[in-house]
Design a protein around this ligand. Structure first.
Ligand code: FE
Length: 131
């Protein structure tokens, strides 16, 4: 995969302030505020910064955490990093193509993976399936 590298300035021009805060500064949108928390339409979710395909609606589930949740990501689309900020031990999920911060992954998801990708709505763009 060809990685995308842009300066902070370039990202700032391309993204909305909220997207920039999440994707480039590892911010988090307020729970239940995001556009896709309850979306159950068929389609795919791509990185809002670079368009990299990340998640499918087939693997999305509703969890009470307040962010869109998936039990799996598209193969080789994301990377994982240890995150010990804010007094918590968490695993950060980033876009493999542009390095943008997406959210975190937890071990309390449903079968078959048992994982819960907890992802900021504003870090993604939903592409609905064409009928
Ligand atoms: Fe990306």
């Amino acid at each position: 995969m060809e990685k995308i590298k842009k300066s902070d300035n370039e990202w700032e021009k391309k993204l909305t302030p909220e997207q920039y805060n999440i994707l480039r500064e590892k911010g988090t949108e307020a729970p239940f505020s995001g556009e896709y928390v309850k979306t159950d339409k068929k389609g795919k979710y791509v990185c809002a910064a670079c368009g990299n395909e990340l998640f499918s609606s087939d693997k999305k589930f509703y969890s009470d955490c307040g962010w869109p949740s998936f039990y799996d990501a598209k193969k080789d689309s994301v990377e994982f990093h240890e995150d010990n900020n804010h007094g918590m031990k968490r695993i950060e999920v980033t876009c493999k193509k542009c390095g943008g911060h997406l959210g975190h992954i937890f071990d309390d998801g449903p079968k078959p993976t048992g994982k819960r990708f907890c992802i900021n709505s504003a870090a993604m763009e939903f592409k609905g399936k064409k009928k």
